[in-house]
Design a protein around this ligand. Structure first.
Ligand code: UDP
Length: 331
């Protein structure tokens, strides 16, 4: 039976597809290629181009393939864009989840591993953030993902569809063999922007705000390597196969780096000056996000291999140097 990876042409999805294939899984990829890249899809996976909001498309694929479980990455994920265009997020993310669950119910597919996010917590009530902490998002992206978690809960109660929500903190890095990596258009994330400036493919970097209540006034985030994150999906799938109940897990490193610390680390790793200025705060940014990930380690047996920021930056830098234009498929 196959595992269907929705959004398998995207950054985290494409890394998970490779880790699933390396673990011996039969993998199909569904992606509308709006933000994904066809070159990112491992050639061992069967690819279906289409949109998860399209019930007809899903039912065609699920009729043709014997799908055991879903890993769902097919969502928009840019916080500032969600502040400007919230309905785009509720439509694709939340609306897409409803269509997907309808199709899963119809075709008797009863397992889903879901990309959730630290943004579902909003401004934390304690650091590090635990899975049981209040979820009060400060932006529509986080709200759309929280709604998806809640919808999955009720689909479990009613139809027995089991889910694992993996709440990611900040994801960075690339496959160490630099065959795949991060390529967003436009790029809005801190680490790829810093590395583009280092590589000379982007002019300047602005740090958004230095008046937060943190060690140096800039936002603090918790970075996880994309391959470690991908491995957690394989573990979550096997956890559901073992018959466990639906659950949620944080995926982070339990270590926070300020935006200025990331900049310093990138200067160290790349050997480049990387000029930067301080700009105004970006709307919707919580001050500090750091995960307690003990639960994923003890329950899922998750063991991150890239446990320092320099290693994460090195693999990302390798990708940026070998792919200065990313996959080269966008203007
Ligand atoms: N950030 C920044 N300049 C940029 C892009 C991001 O200062 O050009 C900051 C952003 O305000 C946040 C941190 O970097 O404090 C991480 O942002 P990113 O968009 O990478 O991830 P997010 O935390 O929003 O998921």
């Amino acid at each position: 039976m196959a595992i269907a990876v929705l959004g398998g042409a995207g950054y985290i999805g494409s890394h998970t597809v490779k880790q699933l294939l390396n673990a011996g899984e039969d993998v199909i990829v569904l992606d509308n290629l709006i933000t994904g890249h066809q070159q990112a899809i491992d050639s061992r996976a069967r690819f279906y181009q289409g949109d998860i909001r399209d019930y007809h498309f899903l039912s065609q694929v699920f009729s043709q393939e014997d799908v055991e479980g879903i890993i769902h990455f097919a969502a928009f994920s840019i916080v500032p864009e969600s502040m400007k265009d919230p309905l785009k997020y509720f439509d694709n993310n939340t609306g897409g989840m409803i269509t997907l669950l309808e199709a899963m119910h119809q075709f008797g597919i009863a397992k889903i591993v879901f990309s959730s996010t630290a943004a579902t917590y909003g401004e934390p009530t304690q650091i590090p953030i635990k899975e049981t902490d209040p979820q009060i998002p400060t932006n529509p992206y986080g709200e759309s993902k929280l709604a998806m978690e809640k919808i999955m809960h009720w689909a479990d109660v009613a139809y027995g569809i089991k889910f694992i929500a993996l709440r990611y903190f900040n994801v960075a890095g690339a496959m160490p063999d630099h065959t795949i990596g991060e390529d967003h258009h436009p790029e809005t994330h801190l680490i790829p922007i810093i590395l583009q400036v280092a590589a000379g493919t982007r002019d300047g970097l602005q740090i958004f705000g230095d008046d937060y209540p943190t060690k140096d006034g800039t936002n603090v985030r918790d970075y996880v390597h994309v391959v470690d994150l991908a491995d957690a999906h394989v573990l979550a799938l096997n956890y559901l196969r073992d018959g466990h109940a639906s659950d949620a897990f944080n995926l982070g490193s339990a270590t926070g780096f300020s935006n200025l610390e990331i900049l310093e680390a990138a200067r160290r790793v790349t050997g480049q000056a990387i000029p930067a200025t301080i700009g105004p705060r970006r709307a919707g940014d919580p001050s500090t996000l750091i995960a307690a990930s003990d639960k994923a380690k003890s329950v899922l047996g998750w063991q991150p291999k890239f446990d320092n920021i320099d290693q994460i930056l090195e693999t990302a830098w390798n990708w940026h140097q070998t792919h200065p234009q990313g996959y080269g498929d966008r203007a």
